[in-house]
Design a protein around this ligand. Structure first.
Ligand SMILES: C[S@@+](CC[C@H](N)C(=O)[O-])C[C@H]1O[C@@H](n2cnc3c(N)ncnc32)[C@H](O)[C@@H]1O
Length: 394
């Protein structure tokens, strides 16, 4: 890969001589050339900036030196033989730089970095260059630096370590943070440890010393999902949460989240059943604590988050099921059905049927219950329907 960097501070790019990029150069994988933009400025003072049209603070980088630089570095027609170079214009208003983009750029033959300064580069430079190169405006984060050099260094480092043949052990790239998994999520990496096994009273998690590869890999995945859910919930695809769902009996420590989840779930119910009094919407935390202590309650947790729940208690011969709830962002993925099956399975031996109640206007719920074998069995009060299902034992 060849990388050209155009900047007014070439010395800023000195780290490219060091470690990583230096190593890639030694291996013949990388050819880096740093250029001083001022060499293409034609006036006596090598001016590269001017006041902005339309007024406002600061200066803008003039188009002429950039145009001349690109004419020399990417002459028209030079791309006819192969893939056009990619010009990476560093700017806080660009597309976010991600591991996925690093992977894409690692497949290019040639990158040309344009390091902005002041208020940035005259927009026409980008438009003019698009004819002969792919132009990408890239930001390394939602903050403003003084210049694009640090961004060019960061992007180069992330790209170069992905070049085929660069990593001694390419395996080390597969489990890293931001590596896309089969489920479409990119998880942050699990915590890592090395020798000694005990240090200043802190022990390495015993599973890592067990030699049980299956257990180690399960532990690492669980830690990665938990860490990602805590620090970067935006990265976790809901399907990952469902892969890792744990269903268990409620504990007192679940009450706060259960209360919150219930409110969130029954807001939709109220919208579907206007005018119907819905206790689940008005119960206090104390009410939730009280019923959670009396009924059989299952909760579904995933990546440290309460994502569903259901409760049941005997009523005559029936197993009375209620408060089936699934986090709104995870509905429609089978979690409700799974909780329903699990609570049915928890019915006492003497129960001969299952029974539940829902709003007459809650058509989605009714559809799911009917699919699970429930039949409408009247309306105990206006706006509410009862559904039942015979219990098949043996
Ligand atoms: C002071 S900044 C210009 C900020 C610009 N006026 C704006 O608000 O978008 C000067 C130069 O630093 C670089 N720069 C600053 N923040 C950056 C970021 N988050 N990612 C990439 N480059 C950045 C760009 O090259 C930019 O042209």
């Amino acid at each position: 890969m060849r990388i050209d960097v155009v900047t007014i501070f070439p010395d800023y790019l000195a780290p490219l001589e060091l470690s990583l990029a230096g190593k890639a150069r030694d291996k013949g994988l990388l050819d880096v050339r740093v250029h001083d933009l001022r060499q293409w400025a034609t006036d006596r003072h090598h001016t590269v900036d001017d006041t902005p049209y339309g007024g406002g603070a600061g200066m803008v980088m003039k188009p002429e030196p950039w145009g001349a630089a690109f004419d020399e570095l990417i002459p028209t027609g030079s791309t006819d033989e192969g893939t056009p170079p990619t010009v990476v214009v560093t700017t806080p208003s660009g597309v976010p730089f991600t591991q996925a983009l690093a992977r894409e750029l690692a497949g290019r033959e040639r990158l040309v970095f344009a390091c902005g300064r002041y208020e940035g580069i005259d927009q026409r430079v980008l438009d003019d260059t698009r004819g002969r190169a792919e132009v990408l405006e890239v930001s390394i984060g939602d903050y403003v630096l003084n210049g694009g050099e640090v961004a060019a260094l960061a992007i180069t480092e992330a790209v170069v370590r992905l070049l085929p043949g660069f990593m001694g052990n390419p395996e080390s790239l597969t489990e890293e943070s931001h590596t896309l998994s089969d489920s479409g999520s990119s998880l942050l990496e699990y915590p890592v440890f090395t020798k000694p096994a005990s240090w200043r009273g802190h022990d390495v998690p015993p599973v890592l010393l067990s030699g049980d590869h299956g257990a180690i890999s399960a532990w690492r995945r669980e830690q990665a999902v938990r860490r990602t859910a805590e620090r970067r919930p935006d990265l976790v695809h809901p399907a990952v949460l469902l892969d890792d769902v744990e269903v268990r009996l409620v504990r007192p420590s679940d009450a706060g989240e259960l209360f919150t989840l219930q409110r969130a779930c029954w807001v939709q119910e109220q919208q579907d059943n206007p005018g119907v009094v819905i206790p689940a919407l008005t119960e206090s935390l104390g009410d939730v604590v009280a019923w959670a202590a009396q009924a059989t309650v299952l909760v579904a947790r995933s990546a440290g988050r309460l994502v569903g729940a259901v409760r049941a208690s005997p009523r005559g011969d029936a197993w009375d099921i209620g408060r089936l709830m699934v986090a709104p962002d995870l509905q429609g993925r089978g979690l409700g059905r799974m909780l329903l099956e699990r609570i049915e399975a928890a019915a006492p031996p003497e129960a001969t049927s299952y029974e539940l109640f829902t709003g007459a206007g809650s058509l989605r719920n009714q559809k799911m219950y009917k699919k699970a074998g429930y039949r409408l069995a009247g309306s105990p009060e206006p706006g509410v329907v009862r559904l039942t299902k015979a219990r098949i034992t043996g």
